[in-house]
Ligand binder design. Structure first.
Ligand code: F6R
Length: 365
């Protein structure tokens, strides 16, 4: 049932090109995003004055990426909240709020309760769910399913990737309805979306490189992930993956925030994973890499092939991924980080599919 892999997590990481294809390709017809199952009309979308993204854990990290993506595409404010916080923060929700609820299982109790609260306050709920017929799916006004297939490993991989894919589709769909995107940009992004599965396959083929980096660093006591904008959002997920299955302490920081405190933790030999894939902020992030290097950090850089020569000048090792549209970059960046977490946990002899203290579906508050 593990398809020849040692762990479900490895199998699920490797399934991502297919999961992405299954989630995205049927929803693109003649170069347009078609979401037949969605009842959001252009009139309704124009009325929406705020999006509220509600989720937990990795699904929340998808929400963090979605904030950057959807604000850019829709020019509407997007607030992202942990479901466990939303419930108790007296949230500002009206009937002009669109709540985007993200959950693999569709049963996470905090997310479900937050969703009910959002509905009670008048929001319309659009959910992104993997498990068909789950409670969150049933109680939403609209649901878009990720066609990731069953996810067994506690640490999510393919569900995260397909949630992200749906965020792009929702963004493109709504941007077109709202006319907040130029036709040429829309076409360029759709074209690139269709290339993502092949690029994912290329990344997965090179997994031995990541295994080698893991062998260098699997004994590090503490690891930092830094990046800006969507690179930062992906860093949050990379850090969570690592700590939940390898039990290594790690932190994700917005690169520009380091000097406001955390840089005091950087000392000779600290590993910093620097995400510098997002083209518009490459130089900014690299200036932070120089700062941590000068304090003795080991830096594992992650960027796209076109920046390969540049990044190699500064970092100790570089992971290079294919170039794509900057908006879609998280889909490619997250995979080496999943693999890194996996191999580190493997080398540390951890129980990868069932990390201690964690459950796949959290149905208690
Ligand atoms: C991390 C992980 C968890 C879940 C979180 C939400 O790898 O799997 O953080 O993302 O418990 O679960 P769902 O998406 O089922 O609501």
């Amino acid at each position: 049932e593990k398809g020849g892999y040692e762990h479900f997590m490895a199998k699920e990481i490797m399934e991502q090109p297919k999961a992405f294809r299954d989630t995205v390709f049927p929803r693109i017809q003649d170069g347009r995003v078609v979401l037949d199952d969605l009842s959001l009309t252009p009139d309704y979308l124009r009325e929406v004055d705020k999006l509220y993204i509600i989720a937990c854990g990795s699904s929340y990290h998808v929400g963090m990426t979605a904030k950057y993506t959807l604000e850019r595409l829709l020019r509407k404010p997007v607030e992202v909240t942990l479901a466990s916080e939303f419930r108790y923060c007296d949230p500002i929700v009206t009937d002009k709020t669109l709540a985007l609820v993200i959950s693999q299982s569709g049963e996470t109790i905090d997310t479900l309760a937050a969703m009910r609260e959002a509905k009670r306050l008048g929001a319309r709920v659009l959910s992104i769910v993997n498990v068909v017929g789950s409670t969150i799916a049933r109680e939403s006004d609209d649901v878009l399913y990720t066609w990731a297939g069953p996810e067994i490993a506690v640490a999510t991989t393919k569900a995260y990737s397909t949630q992200l894919a749906l965020v792009y589709l929702i963004g493109l769909y709504c941007a077109r309805a709202l006319e907040t995107i130029r036709a040429a940009d829309y076409d360029a992004i759709v074209e690139e979306l269709l290339l993502i599965p092949t690029k994912l396959e290329a990344i997965l083929e090179n997994r031995e490189d990541i295994q080698y980096f893991a062998s260098l660093y699997f004994n590090h006591p503490s690891i930092f992930f830094i990046g800006r904008n969507i690179d930062y959002a992906v860093g949050l997920e990379g850090s969570l993956k690592l700590k939940e299955i390898s039990y290594i302490h790690s932190e994700a920081y917005a690169a520009g925030e380091l000097k406001h405190g955390t840089i005091s933790l950087i000392e000779p030999g600290t590993l910093v994973v620097a995400l510098a894939g997002y083209r518009p902020l490459f130089e900014k992030t690299m200036s932070n890499v120089v700062e941590v290097k000068s304090r003795g950090a080991d830096v594992l850089g992650l960027t796209t092939q076109s920046r390969g020569d540049e990044i190699q000048k500064t970092v100790d090792h570089a992971i290079l991924i294919p170039d794509t549209h900057p908006m879609l970059l998280p889909s490619l960046e997250v995979v080496p980080l999943q693999l890194f977490a996996y191999y580190v946990a493997l080398m540390r002899g951890c129980d990868i599919d069932k990390p201690r203290n964690l459950a796949k579906s959290v149905t208690v508050e």
